[in-house]
Structures are given as structure tokens and as C-alpha cells.
Design a protein around this ligand. Structure first.
Ligand SMILES: CC(C)(COP(=O)(O)OP(=O)(O)OC[C@H]1O[C@@H](n2cnc3c(N)ncnc32)[C@H](O)[C@@H]1OP(=O)(O)O)[C@@H](O)C(=O)NCCC(=O)NCCS
Length: 470
């Protein structure tokens, strides 16, 4: 693995290994062995709750989550090991291909990412919209549609009518709807079909293929960084061809190269967010793909689902909450009031984890890393987070199994990297695009359109009345 890249950030490796040790000490013997390795016999009997809780929608080899013991692995590799020794590039290759890349594969993959990061036309299109006034996730979603437009021929081929008949027909113009004013009959002249564009070497025209996945993994960070800059009235930066995925993202967002520690911290955060079972945004991506739409639309719907405050949008809310709490001294009263009002505290609780989220076990120490040298407001943010955690866990862990989740400390980590809260959720998407694409690709090998049922609880035999009788 990438020991070279980690040589200047060995303290981070030690921090992760320590977190792994603590987790092992707390978890002890794993209570339940996973039922993996066997193909299921369909149909499967399972208890299903509202929100599809407990439903099994497909088989997957991409990643494993054990919510009882707090375990997470990608393709069989424990998350702590991947964070300690690997890189986001290796991990996204692993998720997509099922094995860690050898050095040739890694070089080729990294080169593809370098090439695909440059998206001038996509950025030009993006800049023609008032991005600074838009929700960052809305802008990101739009950006993925521009990527689709820039790099594929699908729209050009599919959206055009076949004009050959029209040209050879007697009429060379057709009547269109009457305009409110002006010409009674608008004239629409057909033009000759243009020659099909020559395919590029990368063959990105297959908008559901592996190349399109690489394209999205490389391109979503470029768009995210461009949005960051545009929101501050600044021009986007050209990607650097020398930097790693994480370093380049940092550079394009902040306008300076990261230190080795900053690069590593962002890299670890990217690894931690890359995949997580059948969460809402992954499922949304897969539902779209299952209709035989394409991977760009899939990723766009993943971004839309991730935006919600119950999902990826929680990380931004955590930071606002910490600012609202203000100081460690206020945490107890704040939690009491919030729980009395039956409010959910952002960054706590999980549909699957009923124990400490393993990702939070790493992000917590990362957020606190070398904090003594930080500015006073960051120190205050960290101690407020620690105190709030104690209060929430103290009140809810035993009875409701509520612990910090991945979003609790990620915002503090990003704040320390100089990233604005409005970009926290787009950053989540930057990483999760690897998981979305890997799971979509896997599912498409054996695609069946998703189509659950609803239990109808409405009325029957209603008698229709005209509008003036209602
Ligand atoms: C993640 C989440 C949506 C999971 O939802 P879920 O599996 O449907 O769980 P529920 O909302 O049914 O919660 C179960 C119980 O725990 C409580 N609970 C769950 N999360 C809570 C939180 N963050 N703060 C306080 N109480 C919480 C609920 O109020 C509920 O209590 P009740 O049984 O007395 O009604 C939920 O925990 C939540 O909204 N968390 C905050 C948002 C967040 O951090 N999201 C990111 C997830 S990675």
C-alpha cells in the first residue's frame, strides 16, 4: 500500500491504529458473524419496517456494515486498515473493481483521474448560472448533468429526431403552435443531420460504463471546488496534474497546496465516506440506474438524496448546532431543552449502528488532533463538541442506543481544513461517488427494476362530483 505517501503523516497513521485498538478493546468478541459469502435463495423472508427498514433489496460484495458491533469494511478490508495504510485512489479502485490495484493498475487509474479532472466546458456551463446564489448541492447536481452533456454523445444522438424522412418529405416545413402574437404559422426548418462526433479514446459515450464512473470520481471534486470558489466570487482553479486526489481537492478549494498532515486528514475523511451499505443516497442512485437510465443521472439522484438533513446534510447542521450551543458550559442545558422539545440532535443516531459508528471513532480523534495549537474559537468548538457528545450519549446511549455518527466530527475536521460549512455535504458527495458508482455497476450485472409496493390505506368507491358541486 501507499507507505510513501504517508511518510510525512505517520502521526495520523498512529492515531488511526490507536482508534482501531480502542474499538477492538470495546467491541471485544464480535457477537454475530455476517451471513456473507453465500448467494441468497430468492425470494428472501425478512421483517420489513417503515422506510424499508430490514428489507433486503439485493446482494452485494462491495461493502459490509455490522450495526450491532460497529464494524465497517469495503470489499472485505476493515475500514481502520484502509484509513491507516491506503489512499482514496486505491479505495475507489477497490470499490469499483473488487481488488486493491497493483502498481500498474494504480498508475493507470490515477492517470485517468488526472485527465478527467479537466472539464473546461462543464465549468463554463456552470459559470453561466448564478452558482453563488444557489444551494451548493443543487449546483453540484447540475454540474453532473453538464458533465454528462460534455463527455457523451447520448443526448445528441437520442434527443434529435431522425430527420431523414422529414427532409425527403414533400413539405419542408411544419406548422407549429400558433404564437400569441406574430406569425400565424411558425416555420421550423430541418437541418441535415450532423456527422456523428468521432469517439474519444476513452469511449465515454457509454454513460453507464466504468469510464463514466472514473469520470465522475474525478469530476465531482472539480465541480465541488469550482462551486466553493464561485460562491466567494472567485474563479475556479485549474486542477494540478501532480497532486493526489485529496491534495488536489484541497488545492482547488483553498487556493494553496495542503501540508502533508492536511492532505492526509482529507484523504482519510474521503476514505471514511466512500461507501456505506444501502443508505438512502446509494439506494436512490440504484433505483435510477435500475430503470436503465445512466450513471450520471444516478449520481445526480444520489446527490439529491444526500442533501437531506437526515442523511449527508447533517454534517453542516452539526456545525451550526455547535455554534448555537456556544460553549461546553451550555451543553447540558441545551441537550435537556432539545430532548424535551423532542428534537433530534444532528450527528447522533443511525438506522444501522446501535453502537459507536466506527467512522466517528476515527473522525473524533482527527478533529482533536494537535488542537492545543489551534485558534481559541476552534479549541472552543472542539471542547463544545466533546461536552455535547458526553451529554447526548449520557442521556440516550443506554435506552435508545444513540451514539455519534460519521457526521458528528466531520464538520469540525473540515472546519480545521479551512472549508466552509456550506461545502460539507458536497464534500461527502465527492467521496461517496465511489460507493454510488461501484454499487450501481455491480447491480447492473443482474439488474431488476426496483418496484416495492405501498400498503393502500385510502378510500374506495368515491363518487366523482363536478367542480362546482364540491
Ligand atoms: C439517522 C436517523 C435518521 C436514523 O433514524 P431512524 O433509524 O429512523 O431512527 P428513529 O428516528 O426512529 O429514532 C429512534 C429513536 O431514537 C431517537 N433519536 C434518533 N436519533 C436521535 C438524535 N439524533 N437525537 C435525539 N434522539 C434521537 C428518536 O427520537 C427515536 O426515539 P423514540 O423511540 O422515543 O421515538 C436519526 O437518528 C436522525 O435523525 N439523526 C440525526 C440526523 C443525522 O445525524 N443524520 C446522519 C445519519 S449518518
Amino acid at each position: 500500500m501507499n507507505s510513501d505517501r504517508h511518510q510525512d503523516s505517520t502521526e495520523i497513521t498512529e492515531l488511526i491504529l490507536k482508534a482501531a485498538e480502542n474499538a477492538r478493546a470495546e467491541i471485544g468478541v464480535v457477537t454475530k458473524q455476517p451471513t456473507t459469502g453465500k448467494a441468497a435463495k430468492w425470494p428472501i423472508d425478512c421483517n420489513i419496517g417503515p422506510g424499508l427498514e430490514g428489507a433486503i433489496a439485493c446482494e452485494s460484495k462491495v461493502g459490509y456494515v455490522n450495526g450491532t458491533d460497529g464494524l465497517l469494511s469495503y470489499r472485505g478490508y476493515d475500514i481502520f486498515e484502509l484509513c491507516a495504510y491506503s489512499t482514496y485512489e486505491e479505495v475507489s479502485f477497490l470499490l469499483l473493481h473488487g481488488h486493491l490495484p497493483n502498481s500498474t493498475e494504480l498508475k493507470e487509474f490515477e492517470q485517468k483521474l488526472v485527465n478527467y479532472r479537466h472539464m473546461n466546458k462543464t465549468l463554463r456551463l456552470l459559470m453561466s448560472f448564478p452558482v453563488e446564489e444557489m444551494n451548493a448541492m443543487a449546483a453540484l447536481r447540475m454540474g453532473t448533468i453538464f458533465m454528462r452533456q460534455e463527455f457523451t454523445d447520448i443526448d445528441r444522438e437520442q434527443a434529435k429526431p431522425d430527420l431523414s424522412d422529414a427532409i425527403s418529405a414533400d413539405e419542408d416545413s411544419i406548422g407549429m403552435e400558433t404564437k400569441p402574437s406574430g406569425e400565424q404559422r411558425a416555420i421550423y426548418e430541418f437541418k441535415k443531420k450532423k456527422k456523428r462526433r468521432k469517439k474519444k479514446d476513452s469511449d465515454l459515450d457509454d454513460a453507464s460504463g466504468l469510464e463514466a464512473c472514473y469520470h465522475l470520481i474525478a469530476g465531482v471534486p472539480t465541480i465541488t471546488a469550482a462551486i466553493t470558489r464561485l460562491r466567494h466570487g472567485l474563479m475556479p482553479f485549474e486542477p494540478s496534474n501532480e497532486l493526489s486526489h485529496a491534495a488536489n481537492l484541497f488545492y482547488m478549494m483553498n487556493g494553496r497546496r495542503p501540508t502533508a498532515i492536511e492532505e492526509r486528514v482529507l484523504d482519510v475523511a474521503l476514505i471514511l465516506h466512500a461507501d456505506h451499505g444501502m443508505n438512502a443516497s446509494t439506494f436512490a442512485s440504484m433505483v435510477v440506474a435500475s430503470t436503465m437510465s445512466d450513471i450520471y443521472f444516478s449520481v445526480g439522484s444520489g446527490i439529491a438524496a444526500l442533501n437531506g438533513p437526515l442523511h449527508g446534510g447533517a454534517n453542516e447542521r452539526v456545525l451550526h448546532t455547535l455554534r448555537e450551543v456556544g460553549s461546553p458550559d451550555n451543553a447540558e442545558a441545551w441537550v435537556k431543552k432539545s430532548l424535551a422539545e423532542k428534537k433530534k440532535v444532528p450527528g447522533f443516531g443511525h438506522r444501522v449502528y446501535k453502537t459507536y459508528d466506527p467512522r466517528a471513532r476515527i473522525l473524533g480523534p482527527l478533529a482533536k488532533f494537535r488542537c492545543l495549537g489551534c485558534k481559541a474559537d476552534i479549541q472552543n468548538l472542539i471542547s463544545t463538541a466533546e461536552q455535547l457528545e458526553q451529554e447526548v450519549v449520557g442521556s440516550l446511549a443506554q435506552e435508545k442506543k444513540i451514539f455519534p455518527n460519521v457526521d458528528y466530527y466531520s464538520g469540525v475536521v473540515y472546519t480545521r481544513l479551512g472549508i466552509d460549512p456550506s461545502m460539507f455535504t458536497p464534500l461527502f458527495a465527492v467521496s461517496r461517488v465511489a460507493g454510488w458508482t461501484a454499487r450501481v455497476l455491480e447491480y447492473m450485472h443482474n439488474n431488476r427494476i426496483f418496484r416495492p409496493r405501498a400498503l393502500y390505506t385510502g378510500k374506495f368507491n368515491q363518487v366523482f362530483k363536478q367542480v362546482d358541486e364540491r
